[in-house]
Design a binder for this molecule. Structure first.
Ligand code: 6GU
Length: 228
């Protein structure tokens, strides 16, 4: 998968995508991420990318021209399956959206800044608008990093144990069960006996029950009626 990200703050995206699983995905050639500085596409003096809004009001708006030039420059090199705008008024990201996007080949992500982008960009270029939750961030960069991580780890071959994404919380609409590692006892705090029993079928039953119980308590909204 190829992901091109357009931003006025490329630095904010570098570190999150250069470690751990995201770095491994790129090293293995399964994910290619390129970050583009919007200012480089500004036709204006001082590389200006924002301006006052028509009609007045506080806050700057991302101008049309630099964004159009950048998007069209990228489109000349490849066809994009989606052009995504990161914005607090977009669809809230969830596992289902991440799953769908992980099946695509080429994605472009535009990070919103200031009061947002001139509405005509949204009308004429953007195919999907995504938020990462009901709170306001200073810009779309951290949200874009979250989106790329959620997608990147789903690409086949990225995770060491290929099946492990299948058992993530939310993948089957259940939260994950509790997990333990050594030591089996610490300050009298015991690991549940069943996990030390070596009885794999019983362990899987126990994990399922725990996942169900945890989901009932914490996120009953995730459970379909048939499962409860
Ligand atoms: Cl995508 N952008 C901003 N600025 N704030 C957000 C967001 C995005 N998602 C949640 N809050």
């Amino acid at each position: 998968m190829r992901i091109d990200i357009i931003t006025v703050l490329p630095e904010l995206l570098e570190s999150p995508l250069q470690h751990s699983i995201m770095q491994r995905a790129q090293d293995k050639g399964l994910l290619e991420v390129e970050v583009h500085q919007l200012r480089d596409y500004s036709p204006f003096k001082h590389k200006q990318v924002d301006d006052y809004q028509f009609g007045g009001g506080a806050g700057m708006v991302m101008m049309l021209e630099p964004v159009v030039r950048c998007i069209e420059h990228l489109q000349q090199q490849r066809a994009y399956d989606e052009i995504i705008y990161m914005t607090p008024d977009g669809d809230t990201l969830n596992q289902s959206i991440a799953n769908q996007l992980s099946l695509q080949g080429n994605l472009m992500i535009l990070c919103g800044h200031y009061k947002g982008v001139d509405e005509r960009i949204r009308e004429h270029f953007i195919t999907k608008e995504i938020s990462i939750g009901d709170y306001v961030l200073s810009g779309g960069e951290l949200a874009a990093a979250v989106l790329v991580d959620a997608i990147g780890r789903l690409l086949p071959g990225v995770l060491n144990d290929e099946t492990s994404a299948l058992f993530d919380s939310f993948q089957d609409k259940l939260l994950s069960p509790p997990v333990y590692t050594r030591p089996a006892e610490y300050r009298g705090w015991q690991v549940p006996d069943i996990l030390l029993s070596g009885q794999h079928a019983k362990i899987e039953d126990w994990r399922y029950e725990q996942a169900l119980e945890r989901t009932r308590k914490r996120r009953p909204d995730l459970l379909d009626n048939e499962d409860v």
